[in-house]
Design a protein around this ligand. Sequence first.
Ligand SMILES: [Zn+2]
Length: 211
Amino acid sequence: MATDVLSGATNQFEFKELPNSKIILSEKCFARLSGNINLCAFSGKQELEYGTFLYGKEINTNIIYFDIPSNFDNYTPSYREFSVNTPEMLEEKDKAINGNKYDCLAHVHTHPFIGGTCQFFSNQDLSVLKTLQLHHQPDDGRKKYFFAGLLTVSPENIFENDEISFVFYDENKNDWYKITNITVLTNNQEIPLNKKSNRSVMQLDNGKIRK
Ligand SMILES: [Zn+2]
């Protein structure tokens, strides 16, 4: 995000919905993202950002299951900025890109609540996603798909109101999409995240268990 959190942002909630799309998070992924957003919130006035890569597969058209987060979280969080920049994390990402196990990767990071446009992706965040999609591909011509995830601390700093959103850049259409249908797979049950004002928040909607 760098220091452009209050300017140069794009409202991802105005993107078109990726048709019939869904992001399913494993418990491990959801736990990591919960940890990331809590650390960001607890950093208070330091306004530190946290994040990870998620690795997964497209299990049906536009239905993505993210299986595991990065094994590493040895980056140093910094003020209003997050980048995956440790050798271990970068090597792991490159292995995932060139391997066969995963065809979808998500770059997820947090924003502290500082008002303004902090609940939107900064334009730099979107440009990072576009660069990943266009230039971080297997050497042999196969195609991997990248998603960007954003976790934002709520104005009132209540965990259940912290928002989560995902976007995708379609290079063929040169267009941006959001994925707002987000669920967590836990104990073989898929549980959607709660929504507040049409935005997903970091709370399971246990009233809507899908068996
Ligand atoms: Zn950012």
